[in-house]
Design a protein around this ligand. Structure first.
Ligand SMILES: NC(=O)c1ccc[n+]([C@@H]2O[C@H](COP(=O)([O-])OP(=O)(O)OC[C@H]3O[C@@H](n4cnc5c(N)ncnc54)[C@H](OP(=O)(O)O)[C@@H]3O)[C@@H](O)[C@H]2O)c1
Length: 385
């Protein structure tokens, strides 16, 4: 790679557009291509990916996902010069990255990046680069124009590490969503809440994303979309074969996949409708009046758990018969809370903790939205000693 060689940037979306502009501003000869034909400004673009690739010593990919990378590389492979290096900055799955590394051999560098559009513009990306040492040495000047390079393991490991890094971001977004929902439930003003959150563990995220979090229409364009983060979390859950709450969590509720990830933190709490049967259930315990349980549960519901080592399954009538119509004597000292609720269209799951004297119960509910609105279809519980 010499400074006379062009860099072809394939994919001129948020990141690709910023990468192309940054490299051009740093004096590199950049030629860009993107599927939609859009031009990011101050960068020469071609209508055909093959034309961009044919001129390039380095082909930089900034495409949405693995299938897009494979498609674009399949289309351009025959136009690559023998000494051209493909540097893939896209966030893709470990198996997808390994597949491309296997296909292109030493000419492939897998280089996912940490940092967003503003980090590209400032040249402060953190780049995990996996590839042949000699090849890495050749592309290092290009990567160092974009940020700090960390030599990484093989393509699959590097792709996996990038997904783990994004899992941290997804977790922070969901933690921020929880904080904002709780603050809203307490009637705290949003500005004041954000001021205080900026002082804590989520401070960096809150400071960076504040324009998106203050409510109302945000003037700022999305830097990293909810759809891209959801794609990454789905890739991680599929690669690890282990449950991952954020794989569905970031897309939970009425969100626009093209919105900035910060918008996922502002999705309002679940509506009162799905909470109604759970609140009726809480009233049943607080008052001892079974009428509240009959309002909470479907008539066909069962309550199941293990008592003194024995599995028990009560019908709703059997369950209601256990309540005398008045509060437990120690009711003032009992407490209950709804811990979680996940809605999937017309069904939902919920978890509750009940501290009843010496016993703490975890109640797990299955809810269904039928003709009469939300009702508890079944409950299973565990009694902690
Ligand atoms: N944005 C960030 O902050 C950030 C940070 C780190 C890593 N990343 C990763 O970087 C990559 C690019 O992200 P981005 O934010 O720039 O996404 P983006 O704005 O949605 O851009 C995606 C690009 O991929 C192209 N594309 C999508 N599907 C394609 C297909 N089937 N064939 C050909 N081209 C296709 C799009 O082309 P057209 O739009 O022209 O059709 C566009 O150029 C993603 O893997 C993302 O996860 C993003």
């Amino acid at each position: 790679m010499t400074t006379r060689d062009a860099i072809a940037v394939l994919g001129l979306g948020r990141m690709g557009g910023a990468l192309a502009r940054r490299l051009a501003a740093q004096g590199w000869d950049v030629v860009g291509w993107t599927r939609s034909g859009r031009a990011p400004g101050a960068v020469t673009v071609t209508g055909k990916a093959q034309d961009a690739v044919a001129r390039a010593g380095v082909v930089l990919l900034a495409l949405f996902d693995g299938p897009a990378c494979r498609e674009v590389l399949d289309d351009t492979r025959d136009s690559l010069r023998p000494d051209t290096i493909v540097v893939n900055t896209s966030t893709i799955g470990p198996a997808e990255a390994a597949g491309l590394a296997g296909q292109f051999g030493p000419s492939y560098v897998h280089a996912p990046v940490l940092g967003s559009v503003s980090a590209v513009a400032a040249g402060t990306l953190r780049i995990l680069a996996a590839g042949d040492q000699d090849v890495l040495a050749r592309v290092r000047p290009v990567l160092e124009a974009l940020g700090t390079v960390r030599d990484a393991e093989d393509a699959a490991t590097t792709a996996a590490l990038k997904l783990i890094a994004n899992n941290g971001l997804a977790g922070a977004v969901l933690a921020l969503r929880d904080a904002l929902r709780q603050a809203d439930a307490l009637g705290l003003p949003r500005d004041r809440t954000l001021d205080v959150l900026e002082l804590g563990g989520l401070g960096g995220l809150v400071a960076r994303k504040r324009p998106f979090l203050v409510g109302g229409t945000s003037a700022a364009p999305a830097e990293f979309t909810i759809g891209a983060l959801a794609k990454d979390m789905a890739l991680l859950a599929a690669a690890s074969d282990s449950p991952l709450r954020s794989a569905t969590g970031v897309l939970d509720g009425p969100v626009d996949p093209q919105a900035d990830i910060a918008a996922a933190a502002t999705v309002p709490a679940v509506g009162d409708a799905v909470l109604a049967p759970l609140r009726a259930y809480l009233r049943g315990h607080a008052t001892g009046d079974p009428a509240h349980f009959r309002a909470a549960f479907l008539p066909s519901a069962h309550v199941e758990g293990v008592r003194d080592g024995e599995f028990v399954s009560w019908s709703l009538d059997e369950y209601c018969a256990r309540f005398p119509g008045r509060p437990a004597p120690d009711e003032p000292y009992r407490s209950r809370r709804i811990d979680a609720i996940d809605i999937h269209g017309t069904v939902a799951t919920a978890t509750m903790t009940l501290a009843h004297g010496a016993d703490t119960f975890t109640d797990v509910f299955l809810l269904v939205h039928g003709e009469d609105g939300w009702r508890i279809a079944n409950k299973a519980y565990h009694r902690h000693a």
